[in-house]
Design a protein around this ligand. Structure first.
Ligand SMILES: *[C@@H]1O[C@H](CO)[C@@H](O)[C@H](O)[C@H]1NC(C)=O
Ligand SMILES: *[C@@H]1O[C@H](CO)[C@@H](O)[C@H](O)[C@H]1NC(C)=O
Ligand SMILES: CC(=O)N[C@H]1CO[C@H](CO)[C@@H](O)[C@@H]1O
Length: 317
């Protein structure tokens, strides 16, 4: 073989080798990000320390659902001041979950018949165009199977009845209104919402907001309070992705420098946004282009990797 030929291939190899290292590093980092998340538990660790009890403001829940797809419709509670139950979620301190624990109890909606009217009134599946039971099944499978370790929550009917009872005992509209927080057009500073809850319950809540994708408004979405295994109210703890913010006395993802909107009903300009089909079309188009780009990028990477491996084989024989 001539020197020139060797040089040419050497250069080629160096390039491919470099490329391969880059690929390996890329693959490894995305792999690590995917599977090495500190906030996720070992899959066989089903112990937990406390319960997060999450209640949601249906008006925001509905906005969030309708903005996802133009075909989506909402099922709002008939009592329009109610905060509905989202779920009762076991957690380990500083972590999220466990989730989907091994359990002999499989979700069976017939067990909910005795409390069905109450569930429909206060543990509402806001997402009207989904199977009526899918929300409750999801909550049971993901969280109830783990919560059922304690006797108070050890069956489907106990888990859901307890969720309903807490909704009565910790009535968010009255907790908030005692601190002067009632639905209004101009919104609130999240500190004031936190103060209202602290002054009534004297335990730290989590205040969760959604940013509406189109109006860019910050909407009050969920208020979470926490319980220990004796179902006594305790301070909530930081939990991915909700961390302490600013002065460190508040658990929230709500923007601190924007009003947090607590609407009694969505202003009419929301409907204008939601009826603007071009928004969806633009959004879907962008999503498709993004997916295609990723698909082809991956194919190119694979092809280069394949060429490099062939080169290695060729060099080694
Ligand atoms: C509606 O819900 C609010 C807040 O939970 C409650 O105070 C009120 O009594 C309910 N009204 C009816 C008619 O049930
Ligand atoms: C729950 O909290 C209450 C009040 O702080 C306490 O008396 C009780 O022992 C706690 N139970 C558990 C299981 O930690
Ligand atoms: C939602 C919000 O305001 N988050 C802020 C919490 O604090 C960090 C660091 O101070 C800010 O970067 C976030 O924007």
């Amino acid at each position: 073989m001539s020197k020139k030929f060797l040089m040419k291939n050497y250069n080629k190899m160096e390039r491919s080798q470099y490329f391969c290292i880059v690929i390996l590093v890329l693959l490894q980092t995305s792999f690590c990000q995917e599977f090495n998340n500190d906030n996720e538990l070992e899959s066989n660790d089903f112990d937990w320390d406390y319960l997060v009890y999450s209640q949601r403001w249906p008006i925001t829940g509905c906005a969030e659902w309708e903005e996802k797809n133009k075909a989506n419709t909402c099922n709002l509670p008939s009592n329009n001041s109610i905060w509905t139950v989202h779920g009762l979620w076991p957690n380990k301190i500083g972590k999220e979950g466990p989730f989907n624990c091994p359990s002999a109890i499989h979700f069976d909606p017939t067990q909910l018949e005795p409390i069905m009217d109450e569930l429909k009134a206060r543990w509402v599946n806001i997402e009207a165009n989904t199977n009526a039971n899918s929300f409750w099944k999801h909550e049971w499978d993901k969280h109830g199977t783990c919560a059922s370790q304690i006797p108070q929550l050890n069956s489907i009917v106990n888990y859901f009845s307890q969720g309903l009872e807490l909704n009565l005992n910790y009535d968010i509209p009255s907790i908030l209104s005692q601190g002067g927080i009632v639905p209004k057009e101009t919104g609130y500073n999240v500190h004031d919402i936190n103060k209202a809850i602290m002054s009534t319950l004297n335990k730290r809540p989590v205040i969760e907001c959604e940013v509406d994708r189109r109006t860019k408004e910050v909407l009050l979405n969920e208020i979470r309070i926490c319980f220990n295994k004796s179902l006594e109210l305790v301070d909530c703890m930081p939990q991915h992705p909700i961390h302490f913010n600013d002065s460190g006395d508040m658990l929230t993802n709500c923007k601190l420098d924007k009003p947090v909107m607590y609407y009694s009903e969505l202003p009419s300009y929301y409907a204008d946004f939601y009826n603007d089909f071009t928004f969806y079309e633009e959004y879907d188009k962008k999503l498709k282009i993004h997916q295609l780009q990723r698909h082809y990028k991956f194919r190119e990477d694979l092809l280069d990797l394949y060429k490099f491996v062939k080169l290695l084989i060729w060099l080694s024989i």
